[in-house]
Structures are given as C-alpha cells and as structure tokens.
Design a protein around this ligand. Structure first.
Ligand SMILES: *Cc1c(COP(=O)(O)O)cnc(C)c1O
Length: 486
C-alpha cells in the first residue's frame, strides 16, 4: 500500500487514536454542557433548512473532523439535557456507548459462533442472568435483537410456530390466524401481524378502560367471536406498558386467560418490563412470570444505546422453532439447539455485538444501577402528576403508572383546547429549551412527557409548566384577537 493512499490512511492506528481523542473530547464537552444546561435541548431547524445546510456542507466544506463533530453535536437532540422529556429513547450511560464503538470496530458478525465468540457467549450470560427477574426458571433463554419492533415480530413468529395448527413456515397459511391485543398497544404489534400476512382481522383489538388498560373481561367474548368466524387465535399480547400513556395491562388476568385457553402469552415490555428491577414498582408487572415471551428494550429504560432488545422465553427451546429454514453454509442442522449459533433464533444474520453494551453496564455498576434509575424516574412521574394536579389551568390525562405523564393546558375560558395545545407544543418545540411531545387520547390532544433523564428534577418540570402557561396566555390573546376580527 502506498503510504499516502486513502486506504493506508483509513486503517492507520495512530490516526485512529488521534481521531478517537477528538471524538471523546467533543462528546465529553457535550455531556458537560448538556448536563449543566449550558446548551439548549434542541436547536430546531426545519427539514428544508437542515437539508440546505448539509447539502452545502457536503458540496463545499472541506472535511475537518473537529468542526464536523461540533456541527453534528450542535444540531442534534441533546438527550442528556435535563429538559429532554420527550420520546422514550434511552439516555445512554457513556460506558455503554463506548461498547458500541468496540462493537463497531470489531464488527464480529454474530450469526454464528465462529464470528462472534465473545459477543455470543456474553449474550448467553446476559440473557440467563436477567431471565430470573421475570420470575423465569432454568428453562428460560432468549436472544438480543435489533429493536422492540423486530423483537415483537420474532416472539409472535415463535408463538405461531408453537400454537398454529398447521406449519405455516413450510406450507403458508391455509387457515386464518389472529392475536388479541389492546387497542392501545404499540403500532408495531399490528405491523407484525400484517407482516405475517394476517391482515387487519389478524389483530383483534380489545377496548380499554378509562385508564387505557385492556378490558380483560371482554377476552372471553372476543375469543368466541373469532372462533365463530373460523379464526384461530394463537396469542394474547399484554402491554407493559402502553406507549401513549404508560399504562400497564393486568398481566395476571391475561396470563390466567391464556393458560385456561392454551394461548401463547406475550408481553410487550419494550418500555416497562424494566420495572422488574425496581422493588418499588415490580408490582406493575405482576404476572409477567406467566408470559411465554417478553420483549424488553435496553435502549429505553436501561441506559443502553439503540438498538438493543431482549426477547426472553420462559421455555428457551421454543425459540429454535421460530425460523426452521435451513442455512447449510452457516450451520449443519436447524433442529439442533445450539445456543452459540444465534442466527438460528434471530431475524438478523449479521448482528451488532449488543451484548457488550449490556454486559459492561451490569459488570461496572450492577443491577442496582437499573433499580435506582427506574425507581427514580417512576417516582418523578408520580411527583410530576401531583404537581400538575395542584397547578391551576392544567389537567392530568390519567394518574400515571410510571414515567410517562400526559396532561394539557386547559384554562376554563378557552374553548378550543385542541388548537391551543397543538400550538403551545409547536412553539415550545421550535424554541428548543424543553423537548416534549404530544399524543391523541380518545380524540383529544395531550402534551406528553417521558421522564428519561436522571438529572431531570421536579423544578425543571415546574419550569416546563410555567413556560406552557406563558405560551398559552400569549396564544389565547392572539386567538381571541383573531376571532374578534373574523
Ligand atoms: C418503543 C416501543 C416499541 C417499539 O420498540 P423499538 O425498539 O422502537 O422498535 C414497541 N412496544 C412498546 C410498548 C414500545 O414502547
């Protein structure tokens, strides 16, 4: 290789060290300034402005790593800022992020043991160590996969392999299949069902009660109705918790119903299964031990970079039935339960070495890190709810189960709360000081916060309410002026 060639440079270890120092330096100063609130949460740019900026950068700006990094940092969402209270994406513990770097550079493929000895072995240990937190026994096992969406699809494919009366994997569908799930479940469950080719009828939606919990007393009649139509229900999916409101379904009731009717019980615990680590909140997931499978995102409530999702099975051998297909160049026999060839049980072929990210956290800080974090964030959700109830002109959507809190600004004199709350959200989003989101509940717009950041305090949330009110008052005046003119 020519010493000055790009190829030589691209693999030069000294250059890598120099670049890595710049990256770490930039990220360190990002962490400091986000945590100390020296920067804002999000510098809003419209999609058009953002595209114009980066196109110009691509076309005209010579590459300078330091400048590039700074620009990326300035223009990104700062999840480490205590005023980040938006989507339920994990606020990453830096050690875990460093493991992403290791995974990226080593790039061990993971489909087969040969190209991922360490990460495959650590995956085994991580899954086996965590399974007992779900109340699972020795038989339990599972895999890490790329996101809750894929995790739920994987678990439902396992359910189909175990419960459908025919082998769909071999012969395709000849009978209609369905699962039963709450109308408030994450949309990926519906998407998984449609991906499997079951159409709209394939997800039988259970209405929810006034706290958005699945009305389990309706399960019997929904099951009978499906049977009358000739649809085989194979599974029920419980939400732990729902995405919009953070509501935990009654897993005990669902579990008992599944046992009585020989159905697969799957828990979508992408966000809330982490409650198992908190003695104060594990009652939210009572009954999870009855689940045949559980999905839990480490990149939500467990301080790990995306995407890192666990699919846990009460009886680990079921996972080998998910994908029966033969891949002779990778392994000899799909039917053999080799824990070390993960590609047999995951949708992915090549896969990130995600176990490193989880293992490092578990070893460096212990499970107590998650216990402390989950408890603190769920507590803060309750405190925020109390604050909202005490503050005039604000309305809590429901009493929160966890760290997802929905509310709206609702002064009595304002008629169009929809318009008002949508506009408040837009204004504050563009301002970029706080980042929070909104959601529709039974047709009404609510502001939605997910408290993910361990440095968020009640005083920040007090300030959020003040900013909302301030914006609300300004907008109400404009709206009044506007309506008196028209
Ligand atoms: C976030 C979420 C998902 C989707 O998980 P991804 O990791 O984003 O694919 C599924 N279900 C629930 C309940 C969630 O909160």
């Amino acid at each position: 290789m020519n010493k000055n060639s790009s190829l030589e440079q691209a693999f030069n270890p000294q250059l890598f060290e120099y670049q890595a120092e710049q990256v770490v330096q930039a990220l360190m100063s990002y962490l400091q300034s986000a945590q100390s609130e020296a920067i804002i949460t999000n510098d809003y740019q419209s999609p058009e402005d953002s595209l114009a900026y980066w196109q110009k950068h691509f076309d005209h700006t010579p590459f300078d790593l330091k400048h590039f990094l700074q620009t990326v940092l300035d223009r990104s969402m700062h999840l480490h800022h205590p005023k980040y209270v938006g989507h339920q994406v994990g606020v990453v513990a830096p050690l875990s992020a460093l493991m992403s770097l290791v995974s990226s550079l080593l790039n061990n493929g993971m489909a087969v043991y040969e190209v991922g000895q360490v990460s495959s072995t650590l995956e085994r240990i991580v899954i086996k160590e965590l399974a007992p937190y779900f109340g699972y026994g020795e038989q339990a096992d599972g895999v890490l996969t790329s996101g809750g969406t894929l995790g739920n699809l994987t678990a439902l494919l396992t359910a189909r392999a175990c419960k459908a009366k025919e082998s769909v994997w071999e012969n395709g569908h000849t009978h209609k299949l369905a699962i039963i799930v709450s109308e408030e479940a994450h949309y990926c469950v519906d998407r998984a069902v449609r991906t499997m080719g079951w159409g709209e009828e394939g997800a039988i939606k259970v209405p929810t009660d006034d706290r958005f919990r699945m009305r389990t007393e309706l399960l019997e009649s929904l099951l009978q109705e499906a049977q009358r139509k000739g649809i085989q229900v194979i599974a029920i999916v419980g939400s732990a918790c729902t995405t919009s409101t953070g509501t935990f379904d009654d897993l005990k009731a669902i579990g008992a119903f599944c046992q009585a009717h020989d159905l697969w019980f799957h828990v979508d615990g992408a966000h809330g299964a982490a409650a198992v680590f908190s003695p104060d909140y594990q009652k939210l997931v009572d009954g999870i031990e009855m689940a045949d499978s559980v999905v839990m995102d480490f990149h939500k409530m467990l301080l790990t970079p995306a995407l890192t999702t666990g699919v846990f099975y009460k009886d680990g051998k079921h996972a080998y039935r998910t994908f029966h297909q033969k891949a002779h160049y990778l392994w000899n026999n799909q039917e053999e339960t080799e824990w070390f060839n993960y590609g047999k049980r995951t949708f992915e072929c090549t896969k990130l070495m995600m176990s490193l990210k989880v293992y490092a956290i578990m070893k460096a800080y212990g499970i107590s890190l998650w216990e402390e974090y989950v408890t603190q964030m769920f507590d803060l959700g309750k405190e925020f709810a109390q604050l909202i109830r005490r503050t005039p002109n604000f309305e809590l959507a429901i009493e929160p189960d966890c760290n997802i809190v929905c509310f709206r600004y609702a002064p009595k004199e304002v008629e169009d709360l929809e318009l008002l709350n949508n506009q408040i959200h837009q204004r504050l989003y563009e301002k970029g000081d706080f980042y929070f989101v909104k959601t529709k509940l039974r047709g009404n717009t609510y502001l939605r916060t997910t408290l993910m950041n361990p440095s968020t305090r009640l005083s920040h949330l007090q300030e959020l309410l003040e900013q909302i009110e301030e914006e609300g008052i300004k907008l109400t005046q404009t709206i009044e002026r506007y309506s008196s003119i028209s």
